[in-house]
Design a protein around this ligand. Structure first.
Ligand code: XIL
Length: 290
């Protein structure tokens, strides 16, 4: 099904810091290679995800108390090696993931404490050095519509561009919930203002989680949410990737990360299409509902 239904893949875990550099200087790409090889064998593209994130980091990073210069060299080594490894084989990189906190400040990571916002500039410069041809993205959640957090992301991206940082796109994760259904015109407006900065936009991790058990009503609302997001992204000239964060409820990060929640994807646990699947198919075939 993965080979048949999709033309862009994102490795959900296997390119993250703890997976590729579990011990300092000890890089391992077997797991990530599996995904990239699968994609190439099926004429699919790959989104590189994610070079710098505060989660899925190895102990040697988590416990580190590096100086500013040490962080810079650790990040440069990591980014040069990983981006170099997949030069020419990914269509973009999520260079920095989730740097803005939910209260719209900068997330208080170890590296933000040591380096301030400059760590973001540095990461993008390192990635650009390693592969000057690959588009570089900033990726975040809860920033799909208009609001304090997406305003903060917008302002951050504007500062980066003004400082000459090589950044080319922004990922809107689109992790929606039954209580978080952003108004469609706000998503469209958000994409428009990001495009006006000259950035590409990807919908990077869409799922729509519900409190279990599911009901026909919930399935219908979920289908509407998926279709709405696909429609906005198809209508936006700046947006050319729409990604779901898994395609079967059998394998989804939701149940283990949000107790009592689940059923967030477009096929059920037995890989049977849900209303959301049919809504996406209808949108792709027929365009907007009239
Ligand atoms: C999640 C994966 O889905 C999980 O399997 C893993 O345990 C943690 O990471 N935002 C992101 C993704 O950018 O990388 C996260 O993926 C989900 C939230």
């Amino acid at each position: 099904m993965l080979a048949r239904e999709f033309d862009v893949l994102t490795p959900e875990r296997s390119m993250k810091f703890e997976r590729v550099q579990p011990l300092r200087g000890d890089f391992t790409f077997a797991e990530a290679d599996t995904v990239v090889n699968f994609a190439e064998a099926h004429d699919q593209r790959v989104r590189g995800h994610a070079l710098l994130w505060h989660q899925m980091i190895p102990d040697w990073i988590r416990d580190a108390r590096f100086s500013r210069d040490e962080w810079k060299s650790v990040f440069r080594d990591h980014i040069h090696t990983v981006v170099g490894q997949y030069r020419g084989r990914v269509i973009c990189w999520d260079v920095v993931n989730e740097a803005v906190s939910d209260d719209a400040g900068m997330r208080g990571t170890l590296w933000h404490t040591a380096m301030g916002e400059e760590y973001i500039d540095w990461a993008f410069h390192c990635a650009h050095e390693a592969d000057p041809g690959v588009p570089l993205f900033y990726n975040d959640f809860g920033t799909d519509d208009l609001g304090p957090k997406s305003n903060a992301v917008y302002a951050l991206l504007k500062r980066l561009l003004e400082r000459g940082v090589p950044i080319h796109g922004v990922g809107l994760q689109m992790h929606l919930t039954q209580q978080w259904f952003p108004p469609v015109h706000e998503i469209a407006e958000n994409i428009r203002r990001l495009a006006d900065l000259g950035l590409r936009v990807h919908i990077t991790e869409m799922d729509v989680r519900f409190r279990r058990p599911m009901t026909p009503g919930k399935l219908a609302r979920q289908a509407t949410a998926y279709r709405m997001a696909l429609q906005v992204s198809l209508e936006a000239a700046a947006c050319d990737v729409f990604t779901v964060w898994g395609y079967t409820d059998r394998y989804s990060w939701v149940p283990s990360h949000f107790r009592g929640w689940g059923a967030a994807l477009i096929c059920d646990q037995k890989l049977r299409p849900k209303p959301a699947y049919r809504a996406l198919a209808a949108e792709l075939q027929d365009g907007p509902e009239r």
